[in-house]
Design a protein around this ligand. Structure first.
Ligand SMILES: Nc1ncnc2c1ncn2[C@@H]1O[C@H](COP(=O)(O)OP(=O)(O)OP(=O)(O)O)[C@@H](O)[C@H]1O
Ligand SMILES: [Mg+2]
Length: 402
């Protein structure tokens, strides 16, 4: 709940002043007080409890206010009541919260309720002169005028707020993107040097292990086994360094006109090779729609699709369906990878494209960083939609013409 706001004080002051006026009247009913109090309470509660946050809530609050206003005017002389302006409360509420149709309907109901007091007038004894009738018409017309004005301002304000929120969202996304590229650039410089330096000693270690293996006696099995370990671990480290260098190196694009669907098929067969023998009941569905050939770097895009497929596969620890879809969307070619796996927690979503972010025990955390780098270098976009426990959808859009 929010604290007392400036507008609450104004409301309370306004209704308090009305209530104070009641006391100065020679005869006043206790209901007058109570209704003013109730209206003040609703007005303040409406803002604090966000009662009018949806249309039904807003309509209920307006109906309650209308009923109280009707009662107050009835208590204080009907058509002659000096409280007739209190009808502005439901009218302004409706105009601020509902559309034009709802606003006009509510104003019509408010006016009808107000004019219904005419039926209670005993025309035998109380003649309403023509100027009185004009006065009533003017009052009702002012109800409509103020309702339409407030509704227009409220609608314009809502549109402005929505535009501002949209601009804010875009700004935040752009900022995150800039931060990511800055981090990548800094990391790239640092690590390229380091990876390069690591490669030389690795070569020496590997060659030495080979020589050692050749020179130890056949019966020294322990030494042979250990030198085998050295070589395989060096090989693994070398692979990692190569992957890393590929990622940090500014990728120069080798663009050629090609079929994206063929490239996707290539990535799927790579995936099959890589996951052969892994347990799990995973079905892979290809839903590839007609696409024109266009110019892109097939190697990089295949690697990007493979990484997305691998991630989807790895996320489906207890089986499921992995769908790869392509389609044309205006001037973009889209690739969608949908898995029914563990999904991504909300607080992790903003980190998954960062280098070395991984939740896997043997993951490196470079897969998605590379994917986004490759997609960026084609002037494309990547987005993700996922909820924990509910699978993930990665969408890559590549421009058909660059
Ligand atoms: N389809 C997915 N479903 C659930 N989580 C995912 C998915 N794709 C990515 N993630 C999350 O994002 C993290 C980063 O993915 P990324 O591909 O960059 O690295 P990785 O797969 O962990 O390691 P590697 O470098 O071997 O690819 C993953 O560890 C995982 O937590
Ligand atoms: Mg990965």
């Amino acid at each position: 709940m929010r604290k007392i706001r400036g507008t609450d004080v104004v409301w309370l002051f306004f209704l308090g002043a009305l209530a104070a006026l009641v006391v100065t009247k020679p005869e006043h009913s206790v209901y007058e007080w109570l209704i003013l109090l109730a209206l003040g309470a609703i007005q303040v509660a409406e803002a604090h409890l966000e009662l009018s946050s949806d249309t039904i809530g807003a309509a209920l609050v307006i109906a309650l206010k209308l009923a109280l206003c009707y009662w107050l005017v009835a208590e204080t002389g009907g058509v002659e009541s000096s409280y007739y302006l209190i009808f502005w409360l439901p009218i302004v509420s409706a105009a601020s919260n509902l559309g034009l149709g709802g606003t006009l309907l509510n104003t019509l109901i408010s006016s009808a309720l107000y004019l219904s007091f005419l039926f209670l007038v005993d025309f035998e004894t109380n003649y309403i002169p023509p100027e009185g009738q004009r006065e009533l018409t003017v009052r009702v017309l002012f109800f409509f005028l103020s309702a339409i004005l407030v509704n227009r301002f409220a609608t314009e304000n809502r549109a402005k707020t929505e535009r501002l929120a949209q601009a804010n969202r875009e700004l935040r996304e752009a900022q995150a993107e800039v931060q990511r590229s800055e981090r990548l650039a800094a990391l790239g410089q640092l690590s390229a040097g380091l990876a390069h330096e690591i490669r030389n000693p690795l070569g020496v270690i590997s060659a030495s292990a080979e020589i050692l293996e050749k020179n130890v006696a056949k019966e020294n099995e322990v030494a042979r086994e250990v030198s085998g370990f050295i070589r395989s671990e060096v090989h693994r480290t070398n692979e990692l360094v190569t992957r890393f260098l590929n990622f940090t190196r500014p990728s120069s694009l080798q663009k050629e006109r090609a079929s994206l669907n063929d490239v996707v098929r290539g990535a799927v067969s790579q995936l099959m090779k890589q996951v052969k023998g892994r347990s799990g009941d995973i079905e892979i569905k290809q839903d590839l729609h007609e696409l024109p050939k266009f110019s892109f770097d097939a190697t990089l895009i295949e690697s990007a699709v493979l990484n997305l497929l691998l991630n989807g596969y790895e996320a489906m620890t207890s089986g499921g369906t992995l769908v790869i879809r392509t389609r044309r969307n205006g001037s973009m070619a889209e690739i969608e990878v949908v898995d029914s796996g563990v999904g991504i927690k909300e607080d992790q979503l903003e980190n998954i494209f960062n280098p070395f972010f991984t939740t896997k025990p043997t993951g490196v955390g470079l897969g998605l960083t590379m994917v986004s780098k490759f997609v960026d270098s084609h002037g494309g976009k990547i987005s993700v939609n996922s909820k924990a426990g509910d699978g993930a959808t990665f969408l890559v859009s590549l421009p058909l013409e660059t």
